[in-house]
Ligand binder design. Structure first.
Ligand code: GLA
Length: 382
């Protein structure tokens, strides 16, 4: 499915039609909070909210960027060393991909024009940035007439763009899920490889997102701080990455030697990694109540041990817990704001979601945005 006004916008802005269109989905993190860059497992799902990129080559050696609904065209020469900033900072994602393609030895166009469209809210923790990276990678490869590499490589190119050129030390969850997603299936990632596999979501279950629309002002800094704390805890424990360790009595003894904050971070990551395996086993056995308990336990661990929840996210999880039809709920993604995901059975309706919205609004300033999701296919050229 194409975005309704993408082509028309491209032709209006650049005076000729786009020659390629790519689309990539956002994702939810089903379970596995901050396990990815710690060498653990994570379970994500591509969602039916997307970023589209329409593109065509130009012969100026420069690149131009525009968004559907936006006012300006941002023009940039990719060879300029400085990073775009302020209102133009978002073009670091597609520019980063352009650089990343060369780092992976792949051909790319010298100059190109781009229009981006999205029906994925930015800042909700649903990975609009990874979707933009993947859709850009596919579009630029198609413009350069380069054979499209496998999904593993696409995910690595996109993650490299974010780590190296945007400067966020994220793991492979977002890009891996957006690349490997399949309708009706969760993407299981063993982040050490990384190795990807698919786990069917049993019939009769639905995913919802409750977006607080709050973004912690320091969110990127907090993510980097947690990343550093985890690496430091691993160093003090004498392992390369935290998920080299298993939960159990021996772990408790080893953790006792760590400073209090690092002990909490390490315990969260190691137990959360273990929880991912337990969620997969419960899904495969059809033990849906157990899945729900593990999702709530994941949230409690993020809140109390990893300390990346907020009062708004906690309120949503608390309200959802008491609603009929809700199986489990937890913060999804980096945390420090963003959204909660809920897994429900088919008895949970938009009217039930509205009850949660109204109850939330009595405690916080405004209603959360509610999105009912379907689990969708991954990034592709259209
Ligand atoms: C963000 C990052 C991911 C992952 C999650 C937390 O979404 O981009 O790589 O670390 O946070 O699990």
């Amino acid at each position: 499915m194409e975005h309704p006004s993408l082509q028309e916008t491209f032709t209006r802005v650049y005076g000729r039609p786009a020659t390629v269109v790519a689309r990539a989905p956002g994702r939810i993190e089903f379970v596995g909070n901050h396990t990815d860059y710690n060498g653990g497992e994570v379970l994500g799902a591509a969602i039916d909210r997307f970023v589209w990129v329409a593109a065509a080559e130009n012969d100026t050696g420069r690149c131009r960027f525009h968004t559907v609904g936006g006012e300006n065209v941002v023009e940039w020469s990719p060879e300029i060393a400085a990073r775009p900033a302020g209102d133009e900072a978002w073009i670091n994602y597609p520019l980063g991909v352009w650089h990343s393609l060369a780092d992976f030895g792949l051909a790319r166009p010298a100059g190109f024009d781009v229009v981006v469209a999205a029906d994925l809210p930015a800042g909700a923790g649903l990975s609009s940035s990874a979707a933009l990276e993947l859709a850009t990678a596919l579009a630029l490869l198609a413009l350069a007439r380069t054979a499209i590499p496998g999904k593993d490589v696409l995910a690595k190119i996109a993650r490299h763009a974010e780590n190296r050129y945007v400067g966020v030390p994220c793991g492979i969850l977002d890009q891996g899920t957006s690349a490997h997603g399949e309708a009706g299936r969760l993407v299981r990632i063993d982040c050490r490889g990384p190795r990807f596999s698919l786990v069917p979501l049993p019939a009769g279950l639905t995913l919802w997102v409750f977006n607080t629309r709050e973004k912690h002002a320091l969110v990127d800094g907090m993510y980097a701080t947690r990343h550093r704390e985890c690496l430091e805890a691993a160093r003090l424990l004498g392992v390369e990455l935290l998920c080299d360790l298993q939960p159990g009595p021996a772990l408790d003894t080893r953790l006792a030697a760590l400073p209090e904050n690092l002990r909490r971070r390490a315990r969260h990551v190691i137990e959360e990694h273990d929880r991912v395996g337990r969620v997969v086993a419960a899904l495969q056995r059809g033990e849906i109540r157990t899945v729900g308990e593990l999702l709530f336990a994941s949230h409690a661990s993020s809140r109390d041990l990893f300390e990346n929840s907020t009062p708004a996210l906690d309120t949503l999880v608390e309200l959802l817990r008491t609603q009929r039809g809700v199986i489990g709920a937890r913060l999804t993604g980096g945390g420090f704001g963003g959204a909660v995901m809920a897994l429900t059975d088919d008895s949970f309706t938009p009217a039930d979601a509205a009850i949660v919205q109204r109850a939330y609004a009595t405690r916080h300033s405004r209603e959360p945005e509610v999105i009912k999701l379907a689990v969708a296919d991954g990034a592709c050229l259209l």
